[in-house]
Design a protein around this ligand. Sequence first.
Ligand code: ADP
Length: 496
Amino acid sequence: MHKKYVIAFDQGTTSTRTIIFDINGTIKGISQKELTQHYPESGWVEHNPMEIYKDQKETFENVIKETGINPKDIAAIGITNQRETTVVWDKETGQPIYNAIVWLDNRTKDICNTLKKDGLGTYVREQTGLVIDSYFSGTKLKWVLDNVEGAREKAETGKLLFGTIDSWLIYKFTKGKQHVTDHTNASRTMLYNIKDLKWDNTLLTALNIPKSMLPKVKTSSSNFGSVVFNGINIPICGVAGDQQAALFGQGGFEAGIAKNTYGTGCFILLNNGKDYVASKNGLISTLACTLPNEPTNYALEGSIFIGGASIQWLRDKMLLINQAQETEAICNSIPPLKDLYMVPAFAGLGAPYWDANAKGAIYGITLDIGKNEIIKATIEALAYQTKDVIQAMEEDCGKTLTTLKVDGGASANNYLMQFQSNLLNVVVERPKMLEVTALGAAMLAGLKAGVWTTNDITSIREVDQLFSPKMEEKTRNQKYTGWLKAIKKTKSIIEV
Ligand code: ADP
């Protein structure tokens, strides 16, 4: 009999979840635990790797118990994880030697500045697709080796291992048998050469990292070892970092497909096909999920720091709304805005501007402006910021986007989705099932385990709603020109 279920481990920044999908891609059960955040110093963010492993194990056991599913019917497990977060552990004891340093943590700013001063910026961009930034794992790993007592000596004698959260979970779940990762996670370390698909010796030397610490890099849909549950072997057959998993879950395994996740921040990824393009417009190049016997696909990525977070600001700091959901009716209740722009540069400006010192601002306030107009301008800012990134993507790849696939909490807002379609002049497509990140990981696993083919995967994904552009070109251009002027005024460095 064919096995009927695929499991996704979805290990995120704030929670750890296990989700069971049936062969139609329908969710049969979810179990979740919140993850403790540690802030030992300003700008530092840590997680306890043992808590992550325990929570993953517990949610896995709970969801099987709650759904009553027979573990023998589970074909495979797929893992998707918060990217870049760095764990170093002892090979013999399997114990971490320090907390996981989370992607948000910026303690390695100085190491990054030294790398920049040493002239490595162009090399990093061309070989890894990234910009030198404390966001990525490489400098975090160097920090652990330089700052944890005895770490460097142990690492040099082959006694320590490094991994992103996927590697760590696989190591623990396979009882230390597998030290592996996948292409998408490796491409976020700033140590992996995405042209040659190899760990990059120049960068390992520059950061003084022994190669013996690094996991073996595998195709995202392949065999990563097995989890034993009640004596039954369940293979781990899919691994991908969260944003690439979401792109895959949105059907983005072909060139030209783009997705935007409207969460706390917004993450836009475009599958750019098999030719590597280093961005000239402030974006990152990264590896998309890889499939056996298929060419490697690259993705262009743009991150917007403040997306839904600005709606939370309206609610928690400005006290203008009680719930994010109210914003849709408010936007629909007033006429189109005229020259009112809110630039939510609360944490600087991300892609494509990269201005860490910019601060948020509202432009165009007149006596008739009230709270509803401010709310509408805040919602519209998510769409304007997305357009900035999509334009940069189009310039980098020389192609025009026709459809944007959407997910994440704020994609539920119909006003925002229609405005996004109007502004981009593309169709915005929202799937019925918004858990696309977990679905992407499950799909990678299900493909390898023979549960699905890529054709099945395309048919599993059902569209909830399509939003087609309904704005005249002149209006679109006027509005966007106004936004660009607002951005110009917001930048901390005034251009001449
Ligand atoms: P994350 O995974 O980053 O925690 P989610 O995908 O759960 O984020 O989305 C939550 C975000 O979406 C919140 O910032 C919230 O303000 C915003 N949000 C949720 N529903 C709506 C809505 N109907 N309109 C606008 N924003 C919304």
